[in-house]
Structures are given as structure tokens and as C-alpha cells.
Ligand binder design. Structure first.
Ligand code: SAH
Ligand code: F3S
Length: 461
């Protein structure tokens, strides 16, 4: 059978989509190649969020087809995901060797199209059409992709986003918000747990909008609707349904949006012990004026209020965020507001992005675009601050005992094992195969760059 190599750019949702495509192909008998040069089929799963991410994928594709051509190898090559969706056929016009362009609602058709291309029944395939119910089609899992059984899995609960932040291309690459029903998601989670998964991360572009447009009956797929109508949000009802599953050790989700971050979600952290004390809450800016221009739908004060309440509910919660610097019209004073908010909140870590104009987004046409040099300077200053706080937070772990879920041998050093704390930090320790998949306690002895080094603790009960 042919072999396939999939390279993924971008977010965890893309990782999940790639895994589902790989699982689909493996189920048909394909093998997974170790490199693109050894593969009969090469797929690049792309990201469009910033221009740089698109360029990387295009350059990679140039490279792949160039090498295949010079070595006279016959290879089927394709783009899938966000850039495939937003650029469509234009990608084949630009790179005529590309055989397949597969949009974000078509991942489940990958095997069928690849078969047609391999058999020579079709020459080029571009499919970026919308497809009803495609949000429920990403459900196959590989789990043992890297010769060990995965203990942690991603589950896609919804697709798309209706928030239309003025800088963001996602609503056009991923489409309108479409949610899966609770029973559908729960059955996928149950199957994962029965295959040895201990930790599940629920994924969506804006999980706080999960199931918003469903009636109670639709949310539960028309079956076993709870007798009394819950006043909790659909997302919190989903968390409860997954949480009660025997055998599941940990539950996470990403990403919520501050606008829809209700008290019921904060309270879920206080109430659901498997829900890990780790929260990724995108901030984007600390200036109310910029938040408004971004169409984010919340203020600095609302954001700070959420963080305050979360820390009350779970004092040790790890808080992570995304920030954009150099959004059009951002003045020095606006940027200082972002700096001061970071000092106040002390994020455990923050992903900082230089604003990148995206096609067909309102911000791309806004006046007062910030010069590249200023974006660079702000990026540098904020990064310094965020890193300094993050390092301090890492050092605070020294001497502490933390629970980790052991994921397997470290990629860099097979004598070391790696696990994650409940607040999602990587811990390395001298372990062995018997630790695999265990929830265990370790004592943190020292820190490295974004890594904790632990010693399996002797726990006296
Ligand atoms: N809702 C998604 C956001 C996807 S985009 C999520 O929470 O994961 C991921 C991050 O990329 C955003 O939070 C934002 O900080 C950044 N980003 C999005 N569009 C951008 C742009 N045009 N320029 C720079 N950064 C951007
Ligand atoms: Fe993008 Fe804003 Fe939605 S960042 S994914 S439009 S919440």
C-alpha cells in the first residue's frame, strides 16, 4: 500500500485534523512515512492566521515538488486546511505540480480523493465547498502514531467562528459556527477512554459559543434530554457530561473567548476536579480602544474580572494567553496598557504575535497601520516582560510536588520520560516504560527553559 507523510502548520485544531486524516488513511491500509522524501503521498495541512505561516507552507511545497522532480519520483502532493480553503485553485495556478487542494470541510474525503489521484482517474482535485455535518466528521483517532499508545487526545467539538474579530481570517477559512451534539462528542470520548486515553482536550475556535444555536433537544441529539432545562451554558453542560466518564483522569479545553466567559464556566473549575487548572484565554490587547477596534466584545476590566474569579476558584491555575502587537492604530499609550495588564495578571506564558494584515479582513484596510519596525520593537519589549514573569513562575515550582500524566519517553533523550502537570507544564524525569500513562507525583528539582525537571516523589499516605 502507498505511504503518506503529513506535515502540520498552526494550531491544535490543525493537529487534530491531520491526525483524523492520517487515521482515515491508515484504516485503508496506507502506512505513515518517516519523511516526505520516502512518501508516495505528501500532504501539507496549512495555517492562514499570519502571512508568515502561509509562506512557510508554500516554500515547503516548492521544496517538496522540486526535490521529487529532480529525483524523478512520482508523488501525489496536496494542500489541505485553512490556506487550501482560502486560496483554492489559485494554489495550483501558482504551483502546477500540486494535485490536491482540500478545504476545511472536506478532511473526511481525503482518502477517496487520494485514491482517485493515485489510480489516475483524475488529474487535479480542488474541493473547498461547504458540506453540511462536516463538523461531526473529524472523529477518527490514530492514538498509536508514534509507536506508543497515546494517553492524551484532542476532540473537536465545533467548527468555525462567528465573532469576526477585525484582524482574523478564521471565520472565512473555517466558516460559520457549527457544533456537534453532546451524545456524539461523549461517545467519541468514551471510545478514547476505552482505548487507554486518560486526558481529553476539547477543541474549538471559540468553545464558549459551543452549542449556542441548539435548542435543549438538539444539544442532546434528540435523546435523553434532561427533564429540567439547565440554566448553564451548553458548553458547561458538555464539560459535565464528559467529566462524569469513569476512567477519564483529566479534562481540558481550548480556546474560550472572554466575551462568553460566564460565571458558570468559572464555577465549573471550582466544582469539577478532573478539569485541569490551566486556562488559555486570548487577550489580544490591554487597551479598551484597541479591543473595540478589534471587535472583541469585552473590556480590559471584564478580562481582569475573569482572571480574578478564576484564581479565586483555583488558586494554582496556570493562565496562558495570546496577544497581538501593532494592530492598526495602536499608539504607544495603547501598547503600555497591554504591558501594564501583563504586569498585573502575570501570565504563566503568552504567545505574542506581530499584527499581520489578512486578506478580506476589516483591519487590513484600517488607517494608521503600524510600521513594521514599531511592531518589532513592541514585540521585543513585551516578549522580554512575558519571559521574565514566566521564568519566575517556573522557578516557583522548585521544591514543589506536582501531579503529572506520563506521556512517554522524551524525544531528545530516551532515558528520560516526559509528562505534563495539571497546569500543562512539561516535566522531565528518569522514568521507564512502567510509568507510561500513569498519573503520578514528582518533586520538582530544577528548571530549564520551559521545562521542569522532576524526581518521582516518595508519597507517604
Ligand atoms: N479562536 C482561536 C484564535 C485563532 S488564531 C483560538 O483562540 O485559538 C490564534 C491567535 O493568532 C489569535 O489568538 C491571535 O492572537 C493571533 N492572530 C490571529 N489573527 C492574527 C493576525 N492577523 N495577525 C497577528 N496575529 C493574529
Ligand atoms: Fe478569530 Fe476572533 Fe474567532 S480571533 S477565531 S474571529 S474569536
Amino acid at each position: 500500500m502507498p505511504s503518506v507523510y503529513i506535515k502540520t502548520y498552526g494550531c491544535q485544531m490543525n493537529e487534530r485534523d491531520s491526525e483524523a486524516v492520517a487515521a482515515q488513511l491508515v484504516a485503508k491500509g496506507y502506512t505513515l512515512a518517516k519523511s516526505e522524501a520516502a512518501a508516495d503521498v505528501v500532504l501539507l495541512n496549512t495555517c492562514s492566521v499570519r502571512d508568515f505561516a502561509e509562506q512557510k507552507a508554500v516554500n515547503k511545497m516548492r521544496n517538496v515538488v522540486g526535490t521529487a522532480r529532480s529525483e524523478k519520483r512520482d508523488q501525489i502532493v496536496g494542500f489541505m486546511g485553512c490556506m487550501a480553503q482560502s486560496r483554492g485553485r489559485e494554489l495550483i495556478d501558482k504551483l502546477p505540480d500540486v494535485d490536491l487542494v482540500l478545504g476545511t470541510q472536506k478532511f473526511h474525503r481525503a482518502a477517496e480523493y487520494i485514491e482517485e489521484l493515485l489510480a489516475g482517474r483524475r488529474d487535479k482535485i480542488v474541493d473547498t465547498e461547504a458540506e453540511a455535518k462536516s463538523e461531526a466528521a473529524i472523529r477518527e483517532h490514530l492514538l498509536n502514531g508514534s509507536a506508543k499508545t497515546s494517553v492524551s487526545a484532542f476532540v473537536s467539538i465545533m467548527q468555525g467562528c462567528n465573532q469576526h474579530c477585525t484582524f482574523c481570517i478564521v471565520p472565512s477559512t473555517r466558516g460559520e459556527e457549527r457544533s456537534r451534539t453532546i451524545p456524539d462528542i461523549v461517545s467519541e470520548c468514551r471510545e478514547l477512554v476505552s482505548r487507554g486515553v486518560k486526558e481529553i482536550t476539547l477543541l474549538g475556535q471559540i468553545v464558549t459559543s459551543y452549542g449556542k444555536r441548539f435548542s435543549a433537544a438538539e444539544l442532546f441529539g434528540g435523546t435523553s434530554v434532561p427533564a429540567s432545562r439547565s440554566d448553564k451554558s451548553a458548553f458547561v453542560q458538555l464539560l459535565e457530561a464528559v467529566h462524569e466518564m469513569d476512567g477519564l483522569g483529566r479534562l481540558r479545553f481550548t480556546s474560550p473567548h472572554p466575551r462568553g466567559y460566564g460565571d458558570d464556566l468559572v464555577e465549573a473549575y471550582a466544582r469539577l476536579p478532573k478539569l485541569c487548572e490551566s486556562a488559555h484565554i486570548p487577550l489580544q490587547s490591554g487597551s479598551d480602544r484597541i479591543l473595540k477596534l478589534m471587535h472583541r466584545g469585552y473590556t480590559r476590566e471584564k478580562f481582569l474580572g475573569i482572571i480574578r474569579k478564576l484564581r479565586q476558584a483555583r488558586p494554582n491555575i496556570g493562565i496562558y494567553t495570546d496577544i497581538i502587537v501593532g494592530f492598526p492604530g495602536e499608539t504607544d499609550a495603547d501598547f503600555e496598557q497591554t504591558m501594564s495588564l501583563c504586569r498585573e495578571v502575570e501570565f504563566d506564558n503568552a504567545y505574542i504575535f506581530k499584527y499581520s494584515p489578512r486578506r478580506d479582513t476589516p483591519a487590513a484596510d484600517m488607517p494608521d497601520q503600524v510600521p513594521q519596525k514599531v511592531r518589532e520593537e513592541r514585540n521585543h519589549r513585551l516578549l522580554e516582560l512575558v519571559n521574565e514573569i514566566a521564568a519566575r513562575k517556573y522557578d516557583a515550582f522548585i521544591g514543589k510536588q506536582v501531579q503529572i500524566l506520563v506521556e512517554g519517553p522524551s524525544k531528545k533523550n530516551a532515558a528520560r520520560y516526559t509528562g505534563r502537570t495539571r497546569c500543562n507544564r512539561i516535566v522531565l524525569f528518569d522514568g521507564s516504560a512502567r510509568h507510561h500513562g500513569q498519573l503520578m507525583d514528582v518533586k520538582i528539582e530544577r528548571t530549564g527553559s520551559f521545562t521542569l525537571y522532576g524526581d518521582p516523589a516518595v508519597v507517604n499516605l
